[in-house]
Design a binder for this molecule. Structure first.
Ligand code: URA
Ligand code: CA
Length: 441
């Protein structure tokens, strides 16, 4: 087989065979094919696309490029969740304890933040002592005791995806449905959970900027998961503005604590219940979503969900006093108010740009190894469709650097587009994709 011929075939619009896909993935992972040839192939895939069979072959080849994580020692139907990335997306820290408190094992391997999106591991590490690097043995033991672990990927999972993703990132070939679906699903399927819920984001802060494309991506991922015998469903959800109120690591942990303690008034609460009730159905813990929702509301009221977060922090080495009293979490020196000089309704609040503001304050990483300021970030007081009066606070900036905080104040104020009420009220959920098909909301 010649790489040249494979590139030419895809360039001319023909599907690649399973053997050709395996050959490319294996030899690229082994360092036997240069980046420039794979770059050309990726661009050909970007333009000419892959069919379903090719996408499944690519997923399988990437899974086979590395280790698999065997979770069969953990009792029960193990569930996993994945979000395609967003700003202020604190869902895992809310959803995990909720699900585990219902007696369903939530075994999650998470990532770190890069660029304008946050990462669950960074958020959890804002808790003193919290250990995200667990061995497989620890994951099994802790999950069997308390039904939850949230850890980093220790094993050598899908090295092919790591190489391909880095190359896509610098060759403008990220935004292709087959490439995204195979990248995400290979990582999920290499880990032996039984049921997976996917939260596919759409909007300014997400990879997918339009709903039709996001639904196609969700369909593709669900069909790959089902093809592998895993119960898989996807929700397509709004990422036009940040999720919840807080953006920034310790601030988001605090937000998760508030929700687990009964604060019901946010999109983050609602999304956690929407995802959670479906996960409970997949795990056969309840018959339907309605029942799932009731069970979830109950574990919040009875404090079991909050206690589960405390337990998670305790078993992974964190300081539980910071959960019991969030005042002890890292705090920024300055809290700067962003005040409105207009009245009306919030029309838009670009999620990606808010993410960039948080990054400027030190809440995220510019490069893989930059340090994070756990206390830095933004708390939104107003969100899209909210009424605003002149002189009312729009948001609060948490910063250890006064000048940076002032600079962000100016930017954030301009990000708030205020005017007449939007014609259509915003939606949190656009669609649900299951083995039965697509349901639009
Ligand atoms: N996240 C991934 O892991 N892979 C992609 O291709 C896009 C988002
Ligand atoms: Ca949030």
């Amino acid at each position: 087989m010649r790489v040249y011929d494979i590139i030419k075939k895809k360039r001319d619009g023909y599907p690649l065979t399973s053997e050709e896909i395996n050959y490319i993935v294996k030899n690229y992972t082994d360092g036997k094919i240069p980046d420039y040839q794979i770059s050309a192939l990726l661009m050909a895939i970007y333009f000419n696309k892959m069919n379903k069979r090719e996408t499944i072959d690519l997923t399988r080849a990437m899974i086979n490029s590395g280790d698999r994580v065997d979770l069969s020692q953990i009792k029960g139907i193990k569930v996993d969740k994945h979000s395609t990335g967003g700003v202020g997306d604190t869902t895992t820290i809310v959803l995990g304890p909720l699900i585990a408190a219902c007696g369903v094992p939530f075994v999650k391997m998470s990532g770190r933040g890069l660029g304008h999106t946050g990462g669950t591991l960074d958020k959890l590490e804002s808790i003193s002592g919290f250990r995200t690097e667990l061995t497989i043995e620890e994951i099994v033991n802790i999950s069997n005791k308390i039904n939850i672990t949230i850890s980093s990927q220790t094993a050598n999972i899908t090295p092919a995806d790591k190489k391909l993703y880095s190359l896509r990132d610098v060759t403008a070939t990220v935004e292709n449905i087959s490439l995204i679906a195979s990248s995400i699903m290979s990582k999920k399927l290499a880990i032996g959970s039984d049921a997976i819920i996917l939260d596919v984001k759409v909007g300014s802060g997400a990879f997918m900027k339009n709903i039709d494309e996001a639904i196609k991506l969700a369909e593709e991922m669900v069909s790959i998961g089902l093809g592998y015998g895993r119960e898989t469903v996807a929700l397509v959800t709004n990422m036009e503005e940040p999720l919840g109120k807080a953006v920034g690591n310790a601030l988001e942990v605090r937000e998760a604590i508030e929700i687990l303690r009964g604060d019901k008034y946010s999109d983050l609460y609602e999304l956690s219940l929407q995802l959670g009730s479906r996960l409970l159905v997949l795990a056969k813990r309840v018959e339907n979503e309605k029942e799932g929702r009731l069970v979830l509301e109950k574990v919040i009221e009875s404090n079991k969900a909050f206690d589960k977060l405390v337990e998670l922090v305790q078993y992974q080495g964190g300081d539980i006093r910071q959960i019991e009293n969030p005042e002890l979490l890292p705090k920024a020196r300055y809290i700067i108010e962003v005040v409105s000089d207009k009245e009306g309704y919030v029309k838009s609040l670009d999620a990606e740009e808010v993410g960039r503001c948080a990054l400027m304050l030190g809440a995220g990483r510019d490069t893989m190894d930059s340090a994070i300021d756990y206390s830095a970030g933004i708390v939104l007081n107003k969100k899209i469709d909210d009424r605003v009066e002149i002189g009312e606070p729009l948001a609060y900036i948490h910063s250890n650097d006064k000048d940076k905080g002032e600079k962000v104040r100016g930017i954030l104020k301009n990000l708030y587009q205020i005017g007449d009420k939007n014609k259509e009220p915003k939606k949190l959920i656009y669609g649900l994709i299951t083995k039965e098909g697509i349901k639009l909301y």
